[in-house]
Design a protein around this ligand. Structure first.
Ligand SMILES: Nc1nc2c(ncn2[C@@H]2O[C@H](COP(=O)(O)OP(=O)(O)OP(=O)(O)O)[C@@H](O)[C@H]2O)c(=O)[nH]1
Ligand SMILES: [Mg+2]
Length: 245
C-alpha cells in the first residue's frame, strides 16, 4: 500500500427510507467538517422510497456538486457500498448509515484521528468507555458481545467492535481489496480483510441509538451469516484478498 496523507474525505451514505435522518446527517457533518469533506456519495437502490428520493433532490438543490447521487446496480447494502468505493476520489472515505444509528457528531474526531494516522482505519466501537447501545435487546447485546470476543481471538486483534460499520478508510484499501459479500456481512468483511493484509485499525468510542424512522433491512437470523465470512477470511490467502490487476 502506497504512503498517503489525509487530504479530503468522501462520506458514503446508503439510503433506503431515510428523510429527516439523512438531512440531519448531512447538515451535522457540514456544520463541523465542511473544509474536509470533498463530497457525499449517496447510493440509492430500486427500492429506495419516493420520500427518500425527494429528500435527496432537495439536498442536491441546496448543496449542488457536494452531493453525488449514485443508483446501484448490484443488490443490497454490500452492492451499494462496493459501487460507492469505486467512485471515491478523495484520499479517505467514511462508511456510515443515513438512519442516525451512526452518530454524525463523531465525524470530526474520525477525521482528526485519520489525519494523525492516515494509513490506518479508524473505526467506532460501542464496547469501550464512552460508547454504548440504546434500545438494543438483551439477547442481541449478548450475541454481539460473544461474537466480538470470538472473532477478536480468532483474528488476534484488540478491536472490540468489528460489526459496527462506522469507519474511515484510506481510499487505496477500498480499491485494492477483492470484496465479495453483498448483504450485511459485507460490513464485517470491510474490517477483517484489511486486518488480514496487515492494515492497522484503531478505535474511538461511539453511541448507537436505534433509528426513529423507517426500518432496518437486516433481520436477526441473517446475523448468523457473519460467521461464514468471518471463518472464511481468517484462512484465506492474502493473494485472494487482494485484487489482481
Ligand atoms: N442504497 C442502499 N442502502 C441500503 C441498503 N440496505 C440498507 N441500506 C441503508 O444502509 C444503512 C444501514 O442499514 P440498516 O438496514 O439500517 O441496517 P443496520 O443498521 O446495519 O442493521 P441493524 O442493526 O440490524 O438495524 C441505512 O441507512 C439503510 O437505509 C441497500 O440495499 N441499498
Ligand atoms: Mg440501521
Amino acid at each position: 500500500m502506497t504512503t498517503i496523507s489525509f487530504k479530503s474525505v468522501s462520506v458514503i451514505l446508503p439510503v433506503m427510507n431515510e428523510t429527516y435522518s439523512l438531512v440531519e446527517t448531512v447538515d451535522q457533518i457540514l456544520r463541523h467538517s465542511k473544509e474536509d469533506v470533498r463530497n457525499f456519495i449517496i447510493v440509492v437502490a430500486e427500492k429506495t422510497t419516493q420520500e427518500a428520493l425527494s429528500t435527496i433532490d432537495a439536498l442536491i438543490a441546496r448543496h449542488g456538486s457536494l452531493i453525488i447521487l449514485h443508483r446501484q446496480k448490484m443488490p443490497f447494502i454490500g452492492g451499494a457500498m462496493r459501487e460507492a468505493f469505486e467512485l471515491v476520489e478523495s484520499s479517505h472515505a467514511i462508511m456510515m448509515a443515513s438512519d442516525l444509528e451512526t452518530d454524525p457528531n463523531l465525524v470530526p474526531l474520525l477525521i482528526a484521528k485519520s489525519r494523525e494516522f492516515p494509513q490506518k482505519i479508524v473505526t467506532v466501537t460501542r464496547w469501550i468507555k464512552g460508547g454504548g447501545f440504546q434500545d438494543y435487546s438483551n439477547i442481541k447485546l449478548l450475541a454481539n458481545w460473544i461474537f466480538q470476543k470470538m472473532f477478536s481471538l480468532l483474528y488476534w486483534t484488540k478491536l472490540t467492535d468489528m460489526t459496527y460499520a462506522y469507519r474511515i478508510f484510506p481510499t487505496p484499501i477500498l480499491k485494492s481489496v477483492n470484496w465479495q459479500e453483498l448483504r450485511h456481512p459485507f460490513l464485517f468483511e470491510t474490517i477483517i480483510k484489511p486486518l488480514r493484509i496487515g492494515i492497522e485499525a484503531i478505535e474511538i468510542p461511539g453511541f448507537w441509538r436505534a433509528r426513529t424512522e423507517g426500518e432496518s433491512q437486516n433481520t436477526f437470523l441473517r446475523n448468523f451469516e457473519y460467521f461464514k465470512i468471518g471463518l472464511k477470511v481468517r484462512f484465506m490467502s492474502k493473494n485472494k484478498i487482494l485484487k489482481i490487476d
